[in-house]
Ligand binder design. Sequence first.
Ligand SMILES: [Zn+2]
Length: 679
Amino acid sequence: MDCDLRPYQEEVVQAALRGENSIIWLPTGGGKTRAAVYITKKHLETTANAKVAVLVNKVHLVDQHFAKEFKPFLGSTYRITAVSGDSNEKDLFGCLVKASDLVICTAQILENALINMEEEKHVELTDFTLLVIDECHHTQKESVYNKIMGRYVEKKVRKEGNLPQILGLTASPGTGGNKQLDKAVEHVLQICANLDSVIVSTKNFIPVLQKVVPRPKKQYDIVEKRALDPFGDHLKAMMWMIHEFMPSTVSRSLREMGTQEYEADVVELEKEGVKNENRLIAQCALHLRQYNDALLINDTVRMVDAFRGLDEFYNSRKTRLLDGTDIFLQGLFDENSVELKQLASNALYENPKLTQLQCTLQQEFNNENSRAILFSKTRRGTHCLLDWVNSNPELQRVNIRAGILTGAGTGANHMTQNEQKETITRFRTGILNLLISTSVAEEGLDIPECNLVVRYGLLTNEIAQQQASGRARAVNSVYSVVAEEGGREMRRELTNEYLEDLTARAIDQVQQMSPREFRLEISKLQQIAVMTRIEAERKKNERKQHYSPGQVQFQCRDCFLPVCSGEDLRTIENTHHVNINPEFERHYRAGVQVVLEKSFEDWEPGRLISCRNCGKEWGMEIKFRRVVILPCLKIKSFSLKTPEGKSTPKKWKNVEFQVKEFDFLADMSTHFPDLDLDE
Ligand SMILES: [Zn+2]
């Protein structure tokens, strides 16, 4: 198949065709990937021993780029391999790269292969002659892209040769949260430095581009503030009772109920409670967070959705009341649940945002060929909205057929990759005409052109906003923002519009710099980045040596029961933390079997595990090489007792002692005392 480019695409590929490192900046729908295919083709044709890697940041993009772009144009001439995290082939990545001209994979797979020293699995950056980086604005801070490019930049600063050419693709580098032009310029320069690239955009063909990628009509569907909210008021009254149950100094420090700020406050409060082993405060804080969640849900979807969340929470803990605090909290809910349920079912006081949303949808779907996407903030929100659509007679009358699209993952509410694919296919073929989605569809997903994009109760940055609006590509399409008058969502939307414009001005300023000035600036930033990274690495190693593993005791986060020592822990594949002490078994209870779509080389999932004393969920079993069952622990479910007091690390990488790597023979000898495994 011929790969013909539009004039503006021709313009932006020139730097790359000269062999320069470059970032292509084109809006969603402008054909960035096609431009990359063109560059890759020329590169393969003209470079001796060429080898190309196309890196993506989301698993579903591997197949999408392979099937829709690279294979049709290059598949008959070159050996192309697509590797995603779900395939077993990733384990022999080194061999695959040797046997291919072009590899398409997630950045994480390349990163793993760069670290892994086994010959069949290992690759070097210098094995490639061209690296294509999709959605390259993520190349910053601790992202996988930036880890890979960090290595590249370090090699460059050390003047090591044979580095591949870099081609970055983005619809917007963003301003990095900055609202001033000079800071936005710094951000764009930093992205350029991280990718060691210039940034190119069309200068001569802007009208052509605007014709190919029409901007949707923006429409603000503004809702007045809810006048009466007896359900929400009742929740707040219950929260006041919990406040009164706690020492008065504590509750006075909390900000306004029903806000993100309140959530942040009670999250802190729970940590304080755990650190001081004050179960009353820790548990009250935990429950207040549930109530606050209910208020937030009440603010976006239906009252019944808010009630259901609380009801499920209390039902799951009914049978495990450890002390007076538990009895008080459970009692408070039980006494009020009937009234709450009644209030929730009174349609008179329902959320006015939903009424507006109904209007917006009805209007669009009067046209029976319409297709729309509704973006909502949380996975839970999407499920509530689907339920609402399906039970709303007005929306059923205009024949809305809705489906959910959320991120792929392993949790209970996550979709699998196949389910994602299936949903998109059903949307494309018209079986579904409304997708209710979290931000996953904002970026990169190949979704048919839509007539309507609705952002409902959503707060994201300017990059996500721009990509969402890029989904409304049909002629005369509408981009609607349903939000409360003067509310946060509305303010954020307006800020993002301003930031989108600021991004364009910042890029323009960077492009105006003389090549010499630009190179000097970039090289300065790169040297700083290398030094910063070395220093961070040193600090990280220092932190790991702060305590010896034996000095750290693990306690259950909810009931403070001491359960194991840091010495009992080992890591598997550098990420999973398992307890190898057979004694540990008496502390937990195993529940339902965990199902993961992915498969792993050395292990498979077992059952969920939880605290035998209080029922707190701790993690899951891992069946290692089908021989032993090891409990794998989530750090968030524990608090750590150290010689300098208690701590509640959020991630395993923040613990201040070294966890040894799992050694099957040495570590398992205690499990099989009759065998001499060391022989
Ligand atoms: Zn416990």
